[in-house]
Design a protein around this ligand. Structure first.
Ligand code: ADP
Ligand code: ASP
Ligand code: MG
Length: 407
């Protein structure tokens, strides 16, 4: 008998028929004699619908209340799945974040899990129940409802798996596994059998939303292998694991695109020590993550400072940057929403020279201009015009020959 955590995403529980299908699948595992904890997302589109209602009422709704609002999506799907499991003869109980004792910090809308007390979960399992845990949510130390950021049910699943010391953590979704790039953008994309935590971490942070980045961080930290697989078939998916367990270290494992990025430029900033810090400190205090940063060559004692932030944080970042402009005597702030970041990722890049140069050449040959570049040991990212993002993904995917061999 194994203890299995299965997470089902929004599309997988997107309708009552889909919930019936998921219940059958959970029942199959349960009837094989395993203990099962299911973690569910809200039904597809529900989180967006709830968010847009909050924003319709108010430009900057209180984040605490937005968490109360959006967490209701997962409450509905957890209850519906538990109802259906009971209907087909599988004893099941739903649990919300606070009932599962998922305690987070107090950073509303993107809280981090601090602890989960697995004893309550375990004793319910030992009573022979399947547990259906509402993903994406927890409570802070004061009892306030928090949510874990978009895609956060993946992280709930990994944290629950860790808390109960599960034997398996399956992320069941609407694709067969992790692909060399988003299969909805590049039909030639190939399913990867095994990928390292590091590569997955980069792909997730660079726009591959198949796994939330924090879920990969947590799985890597705790050494929990993840099996990303389809909710709709029993075919083997992708194992996300340690680099030592990879059969081969490919140079480029995958390509990702992040279209939810915004470029901000603080123009004509006085070029002396402390000025850059005075721009980024208030952003950090506001919990805004800055991604790419470029400081131009100084001209007549002034320089332009360009950086990118996620679209969700762009309004706040722009407002903060605009406020700073006066205090540091800069010229102004320019904002560009029409950008995207395309990236190549692979652990083999550590030992291969010339991969970045090849990427730049492939983009150049496709007449795609590069506005900014950032690199790490195992990735290279280029900021380009948003309208070329999908084409750039295909160009890079083909150029690095990542597609299916038969194509
Ligand atoms: P869920 O609702 O199950 O959490 P998501 O929509 O969050 O699913 O993530 C699955 C989607 O991620 C896929 O439908 C696919 O379009 C997208 N995706 C982006 N990059 C990749 C990739 N490299 N491999 C697989 N899927 C990817
Ligand atoms: N429902 C949340 C979202 O849409 C969390 C999740 O699906 O993982 O982001
Ligand atoms: Mg998801």
């Amino acid at each position: 008998m194994a203890l299995v955590v299965q997470k089902y995403g929004g599309t997988s529980v997107g309708s009552l028929d889909r919930i019936r299908m998921v219940a059958e699948r959970v029942a199959e595992t349960y009837r094989e004699g395993h203990q099962v904890i299911v973690v569910v997302s809200a039904m597809a589109g529900e989180t967006d619908r709830l968010l847009s209602m909050g924003w319709e009422l108010c430009n900057a709704p209180a984040e605490r209340e937005m968490d109360v609002l959006v967490s209701s999506g997962e409450q509905v799907s957890a209850a519906l799945l538990a109802i259906q499991l009971n209907e087909i003869g599988v004893p099941a109980r739903s649990m919300l974040g606070h009932q599962a004792r998922i305690v987070t910090d107090s950073v509303h809308t993107k809280a981090r899990i601090r602890t989960i007390d697995g004893t309550g979960l375990r004793s319910t399992l030992e009573n022979g129940h399947v547990l259906v845990v509402a993903g994406f949510q927890g409570t802070d130390a004061y009892g306030n409802i928090t949510t874990l950021g978009r895609g956060g049910s993946d992280t709930s699943a990994v944290a629950v798996a860790a808390a109960v010391k599960a034997d398996l953590c399956e992320i069941c979704t609407d694709v067969d596994g992790v692909y060399t790039t988003d299969p909805s953008v590049c039909p030639n994309a190939r399913k990867i059998d095994r990928i390292s935590y590091e590569e997955m971490l980069e792909l997730s942070s660079l726009g591959a939303k198949v796994l939330q980045i924090r879920s990969v961080e947590l799985a890597m930290k705790l050494g929990i292998p993840l099996h990303v697989r389809s909710s709709f078939s029993s075919s083997e998916g992708t194992i996300v694991t340690d680099e030592e367990h990879l059969l081969e270290r490919v140079v480029v494992a995958g390509v990702a695109a992040d279209k939810k990025t915004v470029k901000l430029t603080v123009r004509a900033l006085p070029d002396h020590p402390g000025v850059v810090a005075s721009v980024f400190e208030p952003l950090a205090e506001a919990n805004i993550s800055v991604d790419m940063i470029i400081q131009n060559v100084s001209k007549e004692g002034h320089t332009d400072l360009t950086f990118t932030v996620s679209r969700e944080e762009a309004d706040r970042a722009e407002a903060i940057a605009t406020r700073i402009v006066d205090s540091v005597d800069a010229e102004g702030v320019t904002r560009d929403d029409e950008v995207a970041k395309v990236s190549i990722v692979g652990v083999g890049m550590r030992n291969h020279a010339g991969i970045a140069a090849r990427m730049f050449r492939l983009l150049a040959d496709a007449d795609i201009n590069i506005e900014a570049i950032s690199t790490s040991e195992i990735k290279t990212s280029c900021l380009i015009e948003a309208e070329h993002a999908d084409r750039a993904v295909v160009v890079l995917h083909d150029g690095f020959q990542l597609g299916k061999p038969s194509d």
